[in-house]
Design a protein around this ligand. Structure first.
Ligand SMILES: [Zn+2]
Length: 418
């Protein structure tokens, strides 16, 4: 009996970078040992993909929306509502969700600076106690805080859509070590949001149980609100393509996108959204899920975290582990079982170590099919230059460029849509 085709998207968040002097003019992907990426590149289609439409912010939300097959210009309403969706938070049409980071504000030269957008990578259990303490003193009929993973949480503000229309906020990971004054919320409703952040700071300074503050060691002392938006309106992948699938990831944002797309989130023990995540466990979870569904979206946050921290060694290691543990597990086990599959491998956006933040530059991507019958309509194989490795330069060298990133899902699923 013919086995049904399975589809995988494997995202190494922020993996793409720039040539670095410290690496002799090579990029972290080029430096990392990545035998499986290179193997897949030799047997697949390699090119560049624009995941961030011109004029949009290069957030993981926008970029991953493209990878899930949705045009960000039409579907994007902000990061926080996607995370809220993943946490099962019901939003009314007039409600706004904010991303609430637990951060550490420091002081440099008499100015308050964003010392750590991740609150020292605060443990989830500790973070939950902080959010609980904040809720006890800040929550009312309109405002509620909802704990997520590590430093990432959601604040829901009911019936606030009009009140905050035009409010401008800034992602804290974009202003590491910079004075926060000029990046505080601005525009309609900003006074209220600033006030709430100030109140939260006082609560974290003086109202936490001693056991909690002892463990915090000053790594977290404030909240930072940003990424606000109303609930997105998206039709599911079942409705659009007739495929059922799952997300395998640690971060709420991706789970939220998946949920909006009708995908269930699979929990993986030891998946942290950080450098020490359970790479192999994620690949195994994908394979297990594919026994039942057709499509899996696997996301690893580690290269992005390493880039935000400016940690070159950690970034190279994250890429190597992605290759040796995620890709190797998928490739070898699918080969052994003889399962036909198609896989898209790419970062969602580059996160260059030079800037320590996301970039809107197109990303290298790789489409692989086993059996190798892969010539998607609209994605001409043409006289593409063959490559023997997968990296930024090899992807640029083939001449294949997908300008509308969200179409990549159609190319991956071709056999389903046609
Ligand atoms: Zn990202």
């Amino acid at each position: 009996m013919n086995q049904p085709m399975k589809y995988i998207i494997a995202v190494a968040d922020g993996m793409a970078d720039e040539p670095l002097a410290a690496l002799g003019g090579r990029t972290p992907i080029q430096t990392a040992r990545t035998p499986y990426m290179d193997l897949l590149a030799r047997g697949g289609l390699v090119g560049l993909l624009r995941t961030v439409p011109p004029g949009m912010p290069p957030g993981s939300d926008v970029a991953n929306l493209s990878l899930f097959g949705y045009p960000p210009l039409e579907c994007y309403t902000g990061r926080a509502p996607l995370e809220a969706a993943s946490m099962g938070i019901q939003m009314g049409p007039e409600d706004l969700a904010f991303r609430c980071n637990l951060v550490r504000l420091g002081e440099t030269g008499g100015q308050e600076v964003m010392a750590d957008y991740s609150g020292g990578g605060i443990a989830t259990s500790l973070a939950r106690q902080c959010i609980q303490a904040l809720n006890e003193r800040l929550a009312d009929s309109r405002i509620s805080l909802h704990p997520g993973v590590s430093y990432r949480h959601v604040l829901l503000w009911k019936e606030a859509r009009r009140q905050f229309d035009g409010l401008k906020t800034t992602p804290p990971h974009d202003i590491t070590d910079q004075p926060v004054q000029s990046f505080l919320p601005q525009g309609p409703g900003s006074d209220e949001v600033r006030q709430l952040m100030e109140q939260a700071r006082k609560i974290l300074a003086s109202c936490l149980p001693p056991s909690v503050s002892a463990h915090l060691e000053g790594k977290t002392n404030s909240i930072w609100l940003w990424g606000q938006g109303p609930a997105p309106r998206m039709s599911t992948l079942v409705e659009r393509f007739g495929i059922r699938g799952v997300t395998v990831c640690a971060v709420d944002l991706i789970k939220g996108l998946g949920r909006c797309a009708g995908l269930e989130a699979v929990e993986v023990e030891g998946a942290t959204g950080d450098l020490d995540t359970n790479y192999r466990g994620k690949a195994s979870a994908v394979l297990k899920a594919l026994e039942d569904v057709d499509f899996a979206f696997l996301h690893v946050e580690a290269p992005d975290e390493a880039s935000h921290r400016g940690d070159l060694r950690a970034k190279v290691e994250a890429i190597e582990r992605f290759d040796a543990e995620v890709l190797a597990t998928l490739y070898e086990r699918l080969k052994a079982s003889g399962t036909p599959y198609r896989m898209l491998l790419c970062p969602d956006h580059p996160t260059p170590l030079r800037t320590r933040t996301h970039s809107e530059v197109p990303v290298p991507f790789l489409l692989f099919s086993r059996p190798a019958i892969f010539a998607p309509k609209g994605l001409s194989r043409g006289p593409l230059r063959p490559v023997d490795s997968f990296d930024e330069a090899s992807a640029a060298s083939t001449g294949l460029f997908v300008e509308q990133g969200h179409r990549i899902l159609e190319f991956l699923l071709q056999s389903v849509v046609s």
